[in-house]
Design a protein around this ligand. Sequence first.
Ligand SMILES: [Zn+2]
Length: 212
Amino acid sequence: MARISLKEVDKYGTSGNDYFHLSNDKDTANIRMLIRSMDELEIYAVHYVDAVSDNGNKYQRKVECLEPQGQECPLCKADNYQAVKIFIPVIHEGIVKIWERGKTFIPKITSNFKRYAEKDSGLMSREFEVQRNGEKGSTDTTYELFVLEKDDFNFDESDFEYPKIEGELVDVVSSEEMLKLVDGEQVQTTAKKPSKKIVVKKRTKKDNIETF
Ligand SMILES: [Zn+2]
C-alpha cells in the first residue's frame, strides 16, 4: 500500500505566502482539507488593525478579540468590526497551506463533514474541488466545494506539524496593548510569518504496483 507522508522541507523566504487562494472568477483547484474532527476547527474572532511593517509597507494585522475569553475588548468597545474567521489547513499542489474563510463558510464544512468524513481521517479521506465564484476584488465572493472520490491517502501525524494560528497568523494582544491600538499607536506583534513550508511526497508509480 502506498503511503504518502508529509515532510517538512526548506524554509520560506521573506516573500513566502502559505495562504491558499484562488484569484479569479471560476478558478478551480483540488485541495485536501486536513480536518480530522470538528473539534479541530480553528475559529477565531478577530479585529483588523492598520499596521506598518519594518520595511514601511502598510498592512492589516489580525488581532484576536478578547471577548470570547470573557474579557472586555477595547477594540469592540471602540466599534472596530469584529470578524469571525476559520483557518483551514489544506494540501494544495503538494504543499500545506492555510485557507482563511469567513463565518458563512463554516456550515459548508460541517455539512461535508457529516457526509464524507471517515472514522479516523475525517475529511482527509478525499480531495475536494474548490471553485471561486466572484470577480477579482469582489467582496461577495463565494466558494463551492465539490467532493471527489475517496482515495488511499494515509496520514501520518509524526510527519506533519499543523500550522499555528493563534500567536502566529493571528496576533495575541493584551487589553493594555489594545488600548494603544485604539489610540492609533503601534504595539509589538506576536504574529510571525510561518517559516515552515511542508511538502507532501508525491506518490510514485512503483508504490501502486501490486506484486503477485
Ligand atoms: Zn473585540
